[in-house]
Design a protein. Sequence first.
Length: 222
Amino acid sequence: MDFSFHHVLMTGRGGTTAVYGLMWQLHSQASSPQNLEFYPLTPDRWQDFERLFGEHGACSGCWCMWWRLKRSEFAKNTGQKNKRMMKRIVDSGRVPGILVYAGGSPAGWCSVAPREAYPVLDRSLTLKRIDERPVWSVVCFFVAKPFRSQGLMTSLLKAAIEHARQGDAKIIEGYPIEPKGRRMSGSEGFTGVTSAFERAGFVEVIRRSPGRPIMRYFVPDS
């Protein structure tokens, strides 16, 4: 599985302002459905994000705001309010994650950013900080139904690593579920599964809960 990294000029869907960004291509002979392209979520790609998440905002109106809001706030904002809050993040110029495209269509999502973007992590006894080293966090995945069980989670993780590395990250952290052979229900695995993180090069650094390790990827010195 090989990544090629490209600088690209992304032109607005309405033919207006051009946005300079980054794109990765993945060429796989393994489980991925076809050659894939990965783009940071920028304002020009908002409609693709909407299309991927659908009317339910991926899951129960979340719109990938679960780790960004206190639980009381999240409960009040489920649905369109969460959507508007995510849109404001994107419009502000912050990049909340990576979109993957298969055959030109949005196929999946990975939320990755500096840990400070996800303040709720520090409210969790299981996922609170290990140390004071600066890290980027991978907190959420969503893959469209036609592309599930095809290895996209690992592919998204590799793209997330490259994106974080471009942002000068030295450590990327994840909080996956270890299903231990059982079939997970619904959106239970939205933070990822340990096997995908292992395939992407992450290692377990601490485990405060039996099925919930904290894993890290250490960016090699260039």
